[in-house]
Design a protein around this ligand. Structure first.
Ligand SMILES: [Zn+2]
Length: 82
């Protein structure tokens, strides 16, 4: 997937959690997909997990690296198929 496609989908490779202070306390406590617990005090987790924010709905979704990778593959397959 190239950058333009990624931008079009609203996906960022490395979202900066610290910059989303306003939504930081809205962060789910586990992976949205597999319910793996997330510790926002764990710097390694904060930098390796992925968050997507829908500003309009104020919905924050959190993905562990495994689920994020899976989601990316699904997106790529979807693009390839279209
Ligand atoms: Zn997960």
């Amino acid at each position: 997937m190239n950058r333009a496609q990624r931008r079009k989908l609203g996906l960022k490779k490395k979202p900066d959690l610290e910059k989303k202070v306003g939504l930081f306390d809205k962060l789910p406590k586990q992976c949205t997909n597999c319910d793996k617990p997330f510790d926002k005090k764990d710097k390694d987790m904060v930098t390796s997990w992925f968050v997507t924010v829908r500003q309009q709905e104020k919905k924050v979704r959190l993905y562990c690296p495994t689920c994020w990778e899976t989601a990316q593959k699904v997106v790529e397959e979807y693009i390839d198929a279209s």
